[in-house]
Design a protein. Structure first.
Length: 46
């Protein structure tokens, strides 16, 4: 994107219509994300 330009909904729709993706909306939503704990267990010589 060039400096000083802004994205517009119509500009996005036009750009996406040229490819394999589609434009849905610019709406922002807040979604809860579950907390997750991960454990990495590595076997081998130390």
């Amino acid at each position: 994107m060039k400096d000083g330009e802004k994205l517009t909904e119509q500009g996005l729709k036009d750009a996406f219509s040229k490819g394999p993706v589609s434009f849905v909306s610019l709406e922002e939503t807040e979604q809860a994300v579950a907390e997750a704990a991960y454990m990495l267990k590595v076997k081998g010589a130390t």
